[in-house]
Design a protein around this ligand. Structure first.
Ligand code: HEM
Length: 416
């Protein structure tokens, strides 16, 4: 074990290829996996890059997820310590608090809990693809396919009015864009918070069958009244935080997987053909695209609660440790030929949804949307191709969640 005295460096950011993580990660994996990491707020911590180490980090209760204790790998300012807007955001909580939220929500997000949603996802997908076909080429695939489908699905599941999307998508974009200043970020959070807080009030007064209303009123639709804990045992403020986390996480992530995944498939025509022609491969294809693209590009962030050893290094209490899931998913000691997109491989065990107690709550929902989305798109438009040269596809280097800002496509003429 060492406290390796290497000079702290910032997180690798430069990508040579739109689908590969920054090249710096491969070198770090070779050099031993753990490296000193300099955070924008001036603190120094660690970066883990190997599969085994990242997996261990995410399963290790000597680390906390509390956002008030971790440094951000991308923002220079600390999280405000007394921020009521952190209430309910269980992605940044530890047990036993975290466990309370997962217990309340998990039944809604298991494959069984979501089963009834399958036909609706197909309907929404077909509806959007039909509209795209009617409008004719060219199209921006982000606007006409990748963003609206998960957005409409999560809105219906939660009971958030889809017509309000221009507002909450604009605020969410501010939260997820790098280099925004602190005041802009907090203003967007306030706006989102107020929006959701009012929506929770509305659910109390006019209960419906969707998730937020159930959490607010219980399964029997008996409102608790303002200021009282909800039937699910959450205060209105906690429920507001839960609603926001689900709304934002449910939007941005799957939308970017659908768009970037399609871009990757268009650049690998033999892989698109397999997805189009061999329906039995779709589960493998989705898992492989998740692995290959790992859109949570800056990794998962934890802080050590005590002095400890991991990945062959000594970490001091309070230091932030970033586990790069993008790097772990390209570790050749875990995946054969990891830099090749191969939709026939079994990519089970990939870490794109994280690992351990915080592993993505929405993963089954996201998989359902992707399993429906990619084949439906490729079958309806067998000649789908980029409408611009690849170097003109704008990449989301500037966002917490990687992907493409736009994906201009066209179709018609001979199948490619
Ligand atoms: C957690 C990725 C879709 C809701 C996570 C984490 C990752 C992730 C890596 C773990 C974060 C950590 O350990 O710090 C993704 C990807 C998605 C996706 C790649 C799409 C392809 C969704 C959807 C929802 C969602 C559709 C909607 C419900 C959540 C929530 C958490 C989470 C609530 C926090 C879980 C907890 O702390 O217990 N996601 N996600 N995600 N995700 Fe997703």
């Amino acid at each position: 074990v060492t406290s390796r005295a290497s000079t702290p460096a910032a997180l690798p950011r430069h990508r040579d290829c739109p689908f590969d993580p920054p090249g710096g990660y491969a070198a770090l994996r070779e050099e031993g996996g753990a490296a000193r990491l300099a955070f924008p707020d001036g603190t120094v911590g660690w970066l883990l890059t190997r599969y085994e180490d990242v997996q261990q980090l995410l399963a290790d209760d000597r680390f906390t997820s509390d956002r008030r204790r971790t440094s951000s790998p991308v923002h220079a300012f600390p999280v405000r310590q007394d921020d009521r807007r952190a209430l309910g955001s269980f992605i940044g909580m530890d047990p036993p608090e975290h466990t309370r939220y997962r217990r309340l929500l998990s039944k809604w997000f298991t494959s069984r809990g979501l089963r009834g949603l399958g036909p609706r996802i197909e309907e929404i997908t077909d509806g959007h693809l039909a509209a795209m076909e009617r409008a004719g080429p060219p199209a921006d695939l982000v606007e006409s396919f990748a963003r609206p489908i998960p957005s409409l699905v999560i809105c219906e599941l939660l009971g958030v009015p889809y017509r309000d999307r221009a507002d909450f998508q604009r605020w969410a974009t501010v939260l997820l864009r790098l280099g925004q200043d602190e005041d802009e970020i907090y203003a967007a959070r306030d706006a989102l918070w107020e929006y959701m807080r009012q929506l929770i009030d509305t659910k109390r007064r006019h209960p419906d069958q969707a998730l937020l209303s159930h959490l607010a009123n219980g399964d029997h639709g008996t409102p608790g009244g303002p200021g009282t804990a909800t039937a699910a045992g959450l205060t209105d403020e906690e429920l507001t935080g839960v609603g926001l986390l689900l709304l934002i996480a449910g939007h941005e992530t799957t939308a970017n997987m659908l768009a970037l995944g399609t871009y990757a498939l268009l650049r690998h025509p033999e892989q698109s053909r397999l997805v189009r022609e061999r329906p039995e491969l779709v589960d493998h294809a989705v898992e492989e695209l998740l692995r290959y693209l790992t859109i949570v590009q800056f990794g998962t962030v934890r802080a050590a609660r005590e002095d400890l050893e991991i990945a062959g290094v000594r970490v001091r209490a309070g230091e932030t440790v970033v586990g790069s899931i993008a790097s772990a998913n390209r570790d050749r000691s875990r995946f054969t030929d990891p830099d090749t997109l191969d939709v026939t491989r079994d990519a089970a065990g990939q870490l794109a949804f994280g690992h351990g107690i915080h592993q993505c709550l929405g993963q089954h929902l996201a998989r359902m949307e992707m399993r429906t989305g990619y084949p439906a798109l490729l079958r309806r438009f067998p000649t789908l191709r980029l409408a611009v040269p690849p170097d003109q596809v704008p990449l989301r280097h500037d966002m917490l969640i990687y992907g493409v800002h736009r994906l201009p496509v066209t179709w018609g003429g001979a199948a490619g």
